[in-house]
Design a binder for this molecule. Structure first.
Ligand code: HEM
Length: 401
C-alpha cells in the first residue's frame, strides 16, 4: 500500500476497507499524529498507545460488550451474538467470574503440559505427509490445531472437517463494522456449531466420557453452575479459540520467517529462543488486532474524556508497535529486552487459553521449521479481509526451498 502524504482522516477511512484490512500497519502509522487515544465520533474512541491500551484493559469501568451493550446495537437478534454474549469473553461480573471458574483448570499450565507429547505426535504425523509445494494453512496450521483441540474437547475425528467453514465464518462477527452478508454467513456458521455441540452434549449424557465436553457436562449437571446454552456457548468458544486463533498465529509466524528470510533453524533451536521468537511474532503480527470496551461511567483515558456508554476500540496491534514502548518497532528482533506485547490481553479477561495456545504454537513451529528449515515462499500469501482476527487465507511454500 502506498501512503505518501496520507493524512489521518484518509487512513481512518481506508482502515475498514478490504485493502486496509489486508494490511492495516501503514494505516496505524498514519493515525499516530492523532495521538495515543483520540475520538472517532461522539461516542467512539480509538486507542493506539501501549500504556493506554494496558490501562484500559485493567480499567474496572471499561466493560466488555455483553448482552446489555448489544441490546442497543440490534446484534442480539443474530444467532452469532446470542451465543457470544453467553461466553465469559463477552460477559461482565458476576457472570464472567462464574463462567471462568466453571471452566476450571482444564487450560492451566499444569494440565496443558500433559498434552505436549500427544501434540508433538499430531504435528509429526501431519508433517510426514508433507512435501514439495504446499498450502500450509490448508495442510498444516489448521489441521494441526483442530487435531489437538478436537482430541481435548472429544470431537470425533469424522466430525472435524465439517466444522472448518463454520468456525471461520463466526470469527468475522468480531469485526467492528459488518456487512449484512458477513452477518448472515456468521449466523449460518454459528447455527451449525451450536447445533453440533447441543447434539454432542446429549450424546455425552448417554455415554459419559473424560474429555473436556464430557467433564463439563458432568460438572454442569452436578452443580447447576452453568445453563445449557452457556455450556454450548463455552464449547463453541473453546473450539474457535483452540483452532482458528492459534492457526492464525502459526501461519503469521511462518509467513514472517519465509518473507523476511529469517534463520528458521536457529529460531526453533532451543526452548528459550523459540519462546522469544513466538513473543516477537505475536508482537509484530498478532492474530487479534482489536478489542472493544464500553465505558460504564464518564472517565478519562490518554487525555481523552470518554462519556458513559461510549465504545472504545483498543488497537492491540498498533500498541505492539508503539514507538514510545518498542524501539525500532517495525523490525523483527527476537532479542528484545522485556518484550511484552498485548497479544493475549491483560487484566480480568486475560486469555484463559494462553498456555494451551503457546503449546500449540511452539510445537507446530518447532516441528515444521525444524523439519523444513529451508522452505521458501511459492506465491505471495494473502491475508483474509478481517481486521479483528488477522490471519492468512493461504500460505503456499516450497518446503524444500
Ligand atoms: C494464539 C492464540 C490465542 C490468542 C492470540 C488469544 C488472544 C486472546 C485475547 C487477546 C483475549 C482477551 C479478550 C478481551 O480482553 O476482550 C483472549 C481471551 C480469551 N481466550 Fe484467548 N487467545 C488465543 C488462544 C486461546 C485458546 C487456545 C483458548 C482456549 C481454548 C482461549 C480462550 C480464551 C478465553 C476463554 C478468553 C476469555 C477470558 C475471559 O474473558 O476471562 N484463547 N484471548
Amino acid at each position: 500500500m502506498t501512503l505518501v502524504g496520507m493524512g489521518p482522516s484518509e487512513a481512518l477511512a481506508r482502515l475498514f476497507t478490504a485493502e486496509g484490512k489486508r494490511d492495516p500497519y501503514p494505516l496505524y502509522d498514519a493515525l499516530w499524529p492523532l495521538g495515543p487515544a483520540f475520538r472517532l465520533g461522539p461516542e467512539l474512541v480509538m486507542v493506539l498507545g501501549y500504556d493506554e491500551c494496558s490501562a484500559a484493559l485493567r480499567h474496572r469501568d471499561l466493560l466488555v460488550t455483553d448482552a446489555d451493550a448489544h441490546r442497543r446495537t440490534g446484534l442480539l437478534a443474530h444467532s452469532t451474538w446470542q451465543c457470544f454474549t453467553k461466553i465469559m469473553m463477552f460477559s461482565n461480573e458476576p457472570d464472567h467470574g462464574r463462567l471462568r471458574q466453571f471452566a476450571g483448570d482444564a487450560y492451566s499450565p499444569r494440565q496443558v503440559a500433559r498434552l505436549r507429547p500427544a501434540a508433538v505426535d499430531r504435528g509429526r504425523t501431519l508433517i510426514a505427509d508433507l512435501s514439495g509445494r504446499v498450502d500450509l494453512v490448508a495442510a498444516y496450521t489448521y489441521p494441526f490445531t483442530m487435531a489437538v483441540t478436537g482430541d481435548l474437547l472429544g470431537i470425533p475425528s469424522s466430525d472435524r472437517d465439517a466444522l472448518r467453514v463454520p468456525v471461520l465464518a463466526c470469527t468475522t462477527a468480531f469485526e467492528p463494522i459488518l456487512t449484512q452478508d458477513e452477518l448472515v454467513a456468521a449466523d449460518a456458521g454459528m447455527d451449525v456449531l451450536t447445533d453440533y455441540f447441543r447434539e454432542l452434549i446429549r450424546h455425552r449424557r448417554r455415554h459419559p466420557s473424560d474429555d473436556l465436553t464430557g467433564t463439563m457436562v458432568r460438572d454442569g449437571d452436578a452443580t447447576g453452575a452453568i445453563s445449557e446454552e452457556e455450556l454450548v456457548a463455552s464449547l463453541v468458544l473453546f473450539l474457535i479459540a483452540g483452532t482458528q486463533t492459534p492457526s492464525d498465529v502459526i501461519g503469521n509466524a511462518v509467513q514472517l520467517v519465509v518473507s523476511r528470510r529469517l534463520p528458521a533453524h536457529d529460531l526453533v533451536a532451543d526452548p528459550g529462543t523459540l519462546a522469544d521468537f513466538v513473543t516477537e511474532a505475536v508482537r509484530i503480527d498478532p492474530a487479534i488486532h482489536m478489542l472493544t470496551r464500553v465505558a460504564a461511567r464518564d472517565l478519562e483515558l490518554g487525555g481523552v474524556h470518554i462519556a458513559a456508554g461510549s465504545r472504545v476500540l483498543l488497537t492491540l496491534a498498533a500498541a505492539n508497535r508503539d514507538p514510545r514502548r518498542f524501539g525500532r518497532q517495525d523490525e523483527f528482533d527476537v532479542g528484545r529486552e522485556g518484550n511484552a506485547p498485548l497479544a493475549f490481553g491483560l487484566g480480568t479477561h486475560y486469555c484463559l487459553g494462553a498456555s494451551f495456545a503457546k503449546l500449540l504454537v511452539d510445537v507446530a513451529l518447532a516441528e515444521l521449521l525444524g523439519r523444513f528449515p529451508a522452505m521458501s515462499l511459492a506465491s505471495e500469501p494473502s491475508y483474509r479481509e478481517q481486521l479483528v482476527q488477522r490471519g492468512l487465507a493461504d500460505l503456499v511454500v516450497n518446503l524444500e526451498g
